[in-house]
Design a protein around this ligand. Structure first.
Ligand SMILES: [Mg+2]
Length: 365
């Protein structure tokens, strides 16, 4: 129905004899320029913005005279499912991926650009909600949305480019961890992976884990904080703690030794593991063999420790610090750095051993 098309709303209700007629507008009906105008209307300005949306490109202040830049791609079905995550969740998640990478360099975010492709039949309300989520996450991170592009595609694809400012500090790289450093983390570990596992098994709680999966909440100020404390290396935990610390270990050519007893405890993770193992074992009249097989399979990938060590997308921060640094309370020391011995390659050990499970997410595998 095209009635009400000119209104700046996607869904209008028209009372008629006590009933309501709903009008849904798709992004195909709105068109490219209509969608861009709609997305850009009402976006808050930011402190770094000299020229925002409306010209061929934006102009941002770079007080440090260096610009931190990073880009991320989210593909429907790969990074999110529309039946598991709402548009506002996806907006938050898309923003968090870019903004956490900026923070992991020790920088503060300044601006964000977003490219959005979607099927023409997508309701405009989805794009509206997505934009609201993205803008809210940018506000959390201190960045402004300063530009973007839209296109038609078979499924939703979102590319987010985040820019940041180092405020006069050296960037905290992956390659700076040195022998004797302590390794510390801040932020929840494994909560997103546990939430995903719960959704996969059709479970609806613990709610905080589902929320953690749908809408990660990185503490962006922890990045610059770590840099001010003298962090020698840092990374945001996007692929899993072992995988990401593995990148640090390789770039720094060191051995990172983690102590599992030092991992921050999480009651919801233990609850989720119990629920999933029970659900996997108790399908509709499973044979004893099927029941046992499914239970074993679930147990193998379902424990609080597995999720904390290999679960991605929490966007916690992991960093190495010189041993004499007094860390703010939100940082938990979980291990230390030593030089690889002769015949040992760089990598991550948990309680002195290579961890038995595959370490984190890797595309194209
Ligand atoms: Mg990262």
């Amino acid at each position: 129905l095209r009635w009400g098309y000119g209104a700046r709303r996607t869904r209008r209700t028209f009372p008629r004899q006590g009933r309501f007629l709903e009008v849904h507008i798709t992004i195909g009906e709105l068109g490219e320029f209509g969608l861009i105008a709609r997305i850009s209307a009402g976006l808050p300005p930011g402190g770094h913005v000299i020229l925002g949306i409306g010209d061929d490109a934006a102009v941002l202040r770079a007080p440090d005279r260096r610009v931190v830049a990073t880009t991320d791609l989210l593909v429907e079905g790969k990074h999110f499912r529309r039946d598991w995550s709402g548009p506002r969740d996806v907006g938050h998640k898309a923003g968090a991926r870019g903004l956490a990478d900026v923070a992991a360099m020790g920088a503060v975010a300044s601006g964000l650009l977003v490219a959005f492709a979607a099927p023409p039949e997508l309701p405009v309300s989805w794009a509206d909600e997505f934009t609201a989520g993205l803008a809210a996450e940018c506000a959390r991170g201190g960045a402004a949305i300063v530009g973007g592009d839209v296109a038609a595609a078979d499924k939703i694809m979102i590319a987010v480019t985040a820019l940041g400012d180092l405020q006069g500090r050296a960037p905290v790289r992956r390659s700076g961890a040195g022998q004797g450093d302590v390794v510390a983390v801040t932020g929840a570990l494994g909560h997103s992976a546990a939430g995903l596992a719960l959704l996969d098994h059709g479970l609806t709680g613990p709610a905080e884990l589902l929320t953690a999966h749908r809408r990660p909440r990185p503490s962006y100020d922890a990045g610059p904080e770590a840099a001010r404390c003298g962090a020698t290396a840092m990374i945001d935990v996007s692929d899993g703690l072992l995988a990401d610390l593995g990148h640090v270990a390789e770039a720094s050519d060191v051995l990172i030794e983690l102590t599992s007893a030092l991992l921050p405890g999480s009651r919801p993770l233990s609850v989720a593991a119990e629920l999933i193992i029970t659900a996997a074992a108790g399908g509709p009249r499973p044979s004893e063999v099927a029941r046992a097989a499914r239970a074993v399979q679930a147990v193998a990938g379902t424990s609080a420790a597995d999720w904390m060590l290999t679960g991605g997308e929490d966007h916690a921060f992991a960093a190495a610090f010189p041993p004499d640094v007094t860390l703010p309370a939100r940082w938990s020391v979980i291990g230390h750095v030593r030089a690889p011995g002769t015949g040992t390659s760089a990598g991550v050990l948990v309680d002195g051993k290579r961890y038995k499970r595959r370490g984190g997410w890797e595309h194209f595998r």
